[in-house]
Write a new protein. Structure first.
Length: 470
């Protein structure tokens, strides 16, 4: 072989070596950028390929002249060192990835343990608040849900739920809140005479009158909602409350508030003829606040975080107007006979389950009161947040459609709607995960399904505090 040919072969070897060095340098740069597992695998494959090329290159180097042996051996040694460095870097990156996976698994285990502790604490609190016996009675009452019983105010008061005591430790008799069976007042009637048939249990089945339902749902262990619907003295009354579940005694608070409000309304309608309905609604809110304050003193509860707290919505209507007073969240809308919707309850909260106002031993925030003109065919819908936080604007049409299918029986409509809501499920479980209470108050002609059904702020609301409403 001529000297010129030897020079050409040497130049080819040097060029190939330069290309290999460039490729190895690129791979090292990729390793420094903390590659992913997929990139590490690709680099490892390329390193194996480079090793194969190196083996072939060694054979060619051995075939060259002896005067190139020293240089080629030097280059080979350098390349082998760099390849080893790449393999070490790959091993370190794999070790780091394994360490991160172990940390993630440890964090996940800690989170699962914390969630299990929270579930355990929730179960313990439920047992402390309600007791195993009360939970069993609650489920039994839900099975017999379609057999509501009258309590406290015969022929005028209809209450859905169990015959539970007003507070823990009370007698538990149905009339514990009204020792004389009528709250110490004459029976609540429209004209002061004997109650007509429309004030009996069968009166609630009259088309487009009034109805109320309350259920525990399929997620919670007890029902901390409470609701009453009444007819009497020319008025229709819906009262609902939602005891706060994040603090103790929410169940007792909702019952205390509703039953105290009922007593106040009963006395006002009988003893204060001609008093504006808004003032009566405000009086009911004030009576509920005072009752919770007194109960808080008995239980030595003063701070908001200590519990005994609830929301409250009071709605009173006669043939001319609809008055309301509310504090906390929930919802209230009126569907006109033309199908248009007005919203009169604006939830007082800054985020889901974060209230700005509620009743308790100490009032948080300010109640809102107002009066609306009642028109023929208006359908009033009130409910706790378990209903209104779960539905959309189309719910008002569902209410009308279901009521018409039930021939205007609003009691059956409320029960049917709540059971349908409670049954909805998706991939994550039950959609409605809270207690639900729904009250309906109507009149003829029945609302239609056409028209604008998008709830809008009601322009006729006269909002104010309890003091402003008096």
């Amino acid at each position: 072989m001529s000297q010129e040919q030897e020079t050409i072969d040497a130049g080819n070897v040097e060029n190939r070596l330069a290309r290999l060095e460039t490729q190895i340098s690129d791979l090292q740069n990729e390793l420094r950028r903390t590659p992913t597992r997929l990139q590490l695998a690709r680099i490892q494959t390329q390193l194996r390929g480079l090793g194969t090329q190196m083996s072939g290159l060694k054979g060619e180097i051995q075939a060259t002249r002896n005067n190139f042996a020293g240089a080629i051996n030097s280059v080979t040694a350098r390349l082998e060192g760099e390849i080893h460095a790449g393999e070490v870097a790959h091993a370190e990156a794999s070790a780091n990835a394994a360490t991160q996976n172990q940390r993630l698994e440890a964090a996940n285990g800690t989170l699962q343990a914390a969630l299990e502790r929270q579930r355990h604490d929730a179960r313990r609190d439920n047992l402390i608040l309600g007791g195993g016996l009360l939970v069993a009675v609650a489920w039994l009452a839900m099975i017999q849900f379609r057999r509501p019983r009258a309590r406290g105010l015969p022929h005028s008061k209809r209450e859905l739920g169990m015959p539970l005591p007003l507070f823990e430790g009370d007698s538990g008799e149905p009339d514990a809140a009204f020792p004389n069976g009528k709250g110490g007042q004459p029976e609540l009637t429209g004209d002061g005479q004997e109650a007509p048939a429309s004030f009996t249990e069968s009166g609630f089945a009259q088309p487009w009158t009034i109805g109320l339902a309350s259920i525990t749902g399929n997620v919670r262990s007890e029902n901390q909602d409470y609701g009453l619907c009444l007819r009497g003295h020319g008025c229709e009354i819906l009262i609902i409350a939602d005891g706060l579940g994040g603090v103790p005694f929410g169940r007792a608070a909702s019952r205390c508030a509703v039953q105290s409000a009922v007593q106040a309304i009963q006395g006002a309608l009988i003893g204060r003829q001609g008093q504006p309905l808004q003032a009566i609604a405000a009086l009911a809110m004030e009576a509920a606040a005072k009752a919770l304050q007194a109960e808080g003193e008995k239980r030595h509860i003063a701070a908001i975080a200590d519990g005994l707290r609830t929301t409250l919505i009071v709605t009173i209507a006669n043939a001319r107007e609809i008055a309301f007073s509310y504090i906390g969240d929930g919802g209230g809308v009126i569907i006109g006979s033309d199908g248009k919707v007005r919203r009169f309850v604006k939830p007082q909260k800054i985020a889901a389950n974060v209230l700005q106002a509620s009743l308790g031993p100490v009032i948080q925030g300010e109640p809102v009161c107002g009066t609306l003109v009642r028109q023929e065919g208006d359908l009033v819908i009130v409910g706790t947040d378990g209903v209104f936080d779960a539905v959309d604007d189309a719910f008002t049409k569902d209410v009308i459609r279901t009521a018409k299918e039930n021939h205007g029986d609003l009691q059956q409509t409320a029960e049917q709607l709540l059971h349908e809501l409670a049954s909805y499920r998706d991939d994550l479980g039950y959609v409605c995960d809270d207690n639900m209470t729904l009250g309906l108050m109507g009149g003829l002609p029945a609302p239609c399904l056409s028209g604008d059904s998008t709830p809008a702020a009601c322009p006729t609301v006269a909002a104010g505090s309890i003091e402003e409403a008096k």
